[in-house]
Design a protein around this ligand. Structure first.
Ligand SMILES: [Fe+2]
Ligand SMILES: [Fe+2]
Length: 146
């Protein structure tokens, strides 16, 4: 599922949902932070504005990843080590991006990187643990409450 059609801006789509309401709400919030960065880059905002949005995204992302890691621990998700390792990598990559932004203020690489990350991690890898939760803990999943 592409998050953008040709020249359109990115749009949240219900197909991004993984069926766990609290997590979906957080993913939506991350998506909004990504939009803010994309708009900021498109408007050629000065460096400090872009940096502000990136810092906000990083803070929110750390919160979200911590929530997810706690959830995976509680439900004893068998693949949680690998999943948590990919979270650690994204935080590292975000720190690198922040450094790059200081040297090369256009921020163009930010947009592509996050879109790619969102598709790969949120829409693919988070979906794997959501399938496990739906099967083992249906009460936590949207399938039971819908
Ligand atoms: Fe996530
Ligand atoms: Fe995740």
């Amino acid at each position: 599922m592409p998050i953008r059609e040709k020249e359109d801006t990115m749009k949240w789509d219900r197909s991004f949902e993984i069926g766990i309401e609290a997590i979906d709400n957080q993913h939506k919030k991350i998506f909004e932070h990504l939009l803010a960065i994309e708009n900021s880059v498109a408007k050629k905002d000065p460096w400090h504005i872009l940096h502000f949005f990136l810092t906000q995204l990083t803070e929110y992302m750390k919160f979200h990843l911590a929530v997810e890691e706690a959830l995976l621990e509680i439900v004893r998700y068998p693949d949680r080590e690998a999943h948590c390792a990919s979270h650690a990598r994204i935080i590292e990559q975000m720190a690198t991006l922040e450094d790059q932004l200081k040297n090369k203020p256009s921020g163009k690489n930010l947009v592509g990187f996050f879109e790619d990350w969102f598709v790969r991690h949120v829409l693919a890898s988070d979906r794997d643990y959501a399938a496990y939760v739906a099967k083992e803990f249906p009460a936590l999943s949207g399938a039971a409450s819908a």
